[in-house]
Design a protein around this ligand. Structure first.
Ligand code: ATP
Ligand code: RIB
Length: 304
């Protein structure tokens, strides 16, 4: 099992479910509120950890009670807490998540807070940890200059960098060129390549744009349709599992965490995709983000 790390966001998710999503100026009475751990980085790390990966979380918290939401979760799950940074000035980030309880459609506002203020010195302080990893997984929720520095360290030490390009924000070609693999969803793939992904041919065209930028492997997640995988000349859409969907928030995070774990276990990209889609399918059957990530026993049972 190779060592891995997730360098990314932690925020506290403030989630409300309601019969429909409010339009501007509308107030809607909700049916449920939950507060809990979230942030794409943290969700992905928890997914990988619960699936059995040897994974380290690197993120930045405030010195406030919201930071305890991360720390308590990590203690409960037995996750290493040695590479967390703290801000004296900026509070722990939050995300406001609205979920339509009928359609499972969501709207999210994320305020990165402390995890958007990671300094060069903090990235440098974890160089030895990054150097020891086989894979490092990034997202686009933290300050991008920190991501750029991590990418540089991955390149320097020959570490395979996986970039989940979510949520979309513009990134430099120099940054993308250091990615071993990118895992956009359809919308991010279109924003990054200019190709609207609607089917196998358009997904192949988008992958070509990523290859021209220097990326080596491309996976585009397609929601309930599954994922497009492009690796070593083989390009296919692998269908999603048919399950009873309750809340798709964090499905992409379950997928990316599962993928990280499976690749570190030595599975090939096709087997890793099957494993990662099992995590995603299990997560959409539960409400919430971090709390919806399945255990290894649940994943193995699902795959059987
Ligand atoms: P999010 O931002 O909500 O976390 P995403 O846009 O990053 O999601 P998606 O492409 O929506 O990611 O979903 C990721 C994976 O989750 C899919 O490739 C699929 O395996 C699984 N998934 C998503 N929606 C469904 C669904 N309705 N049924 C089964 N599997 C699903
Ligand atoms: O992908 C889901 C995550 O995106 C949520 O946990 C929320 O924190 C947002 O960042």
């Amino acid at each position: 099992m190779g060592k891995t790390a997730v360098f990314g966001s932690f925020v506290v998710d403030l989630m409300a479910r309601s019969p429909h999503l409010p339009v501007p100026k509308e107030t809607v009475k909700g049916s449920m509120f939950r507060m809990g751990p979230g942030g794409k980085g943290f969700n992905q790390c928890v997914a990988a950890h619960k699936a059995g990966a040897d994974v380290i979380m690197m993120t930045k918290l405030g010195r406030d009670t919201f930071a305890n939401v991360a720390l308590d979760t990590m203690t409960e799950l037995g996750m290493p807490k040695d590479h967390l940074f703290y801000s004296d000035e900026t509070g722990t980030g939050i995300a406001l998540i609205l979920v339509d309880e009928g359609t499972s459609e969501n709207e999210i506002i994320i305020v990165p807070g402390a995890c958007g203020t990671i300094t060069a010195a903090e990235v440098e302080s974890v160089e030895s940890v990054i150097k020891d990893c086989e894979y490092v997984l990034l997202q686009l929720e933290i300050n991008q200059d920190a991501n750029e520095m991590v990418a540089e360290l991955c390149k320097k030490h020959g570490v395979k960098m996986i970039v989940n390009t979510a949520p979309y924000s513009p990134v430099s070609d120099a940054f993308l060129s250091k990615a071993w693999m990118v895992t956009p969803n359809e919308i991010e793939a279109e924003e990054l390549t200019g190709v609207k992904v609607t089917d196998l041919d358009s997904a192949k065209a988008a992958a070509q744009v990523f290859y021209k930028k220097g990326v080596q492997k491309v996976i585009i997640t397609l929601g309930g349709k599954g994922v497009f995988v492009s690796s070593d000349g083989r390009e296919e859409i692998v269908p999603a599992n048919h399950v009873q969907v309750v809340d798709t928030t964090g499905a992409g995070d379950a997928f990316n965490g599962g993928l990280l774990c499976a690749l570190a276990e030595g599975k090939d990209i096709w087997e890793a995709t099957r494993f990662a889609q099992a995590l995603a399918a299990l997560s959409v059957q539960k409400i919430g983000t971090t709390p919806s990530m399945p255990t290894r026993a649940e994943i193995d049972a699902f795959l059987k």
